[in-house]
Write a new protein. Structure first.
Length: 140
């Protein structure tokens, strides 16, 4: 297994910036671009799901800094379309944490007016990494 890369390269691809993260919570700003559009000129749903997953990860990582985790279930509800160039804020909150898994709720909102765009719930499972990696850096 390759070493853990933090922050992950997908943060750059998603044009994202960590706003805040602490125990049980994370906020990330995203600016989707035209490369992320579907044929109808709105941001593709899988990209929005990736944004949610990239918000969920830091919420779990900063809650359990000594444990690596992976999303094993992600249920997404798309409420409004998103256009390229709109600034989007993702928020994730750990709702319940157990010995083997974590339940998280997340959402994406348009920064300009706070409109709720996408909601999700996720289950992450803790993993043992052979190299002992998985700790988020302070500036993730």
């Amino acid at each position: 297994m390759s070493p853990v890369k933090l922050p992950p390269p997908c943060m750059e691809f998603l044009n994202s910036e960590l706003i805040e993260a602490g125990e049980g919570r994370a906020r990330i700003r995203f600016v989707p671009d035209e490369r992320m559009e579907n044929p109808y000129g709105v941001i593709q749903g899988g990209i929005l799901a990736a944004m949610l997953d990239n918000t969920i990860g830091p919420a779990v990582a900063f809650t359990h800094p000594d444990r690596a985790s992976s999303t094993i279930h992600l249920a997404v509800n798309f409420l409004r379309s998103v256009r390229a160039g709109e600034v989007i804020v993702g928020t994730a909150e750990v709702v319940k944490s157990g010995r083997r898994q974590v339940y998280v709720e997340a959402q994406l909102e348009r920064e300009s007016d706070g409109a709720l765009l996408v909601r999700a719930s996720a289950t992450n499972v803790f993993m043992d990494l052979p190299d002992g990696g998985g700790k988020p850096p302070a500036n993730m």
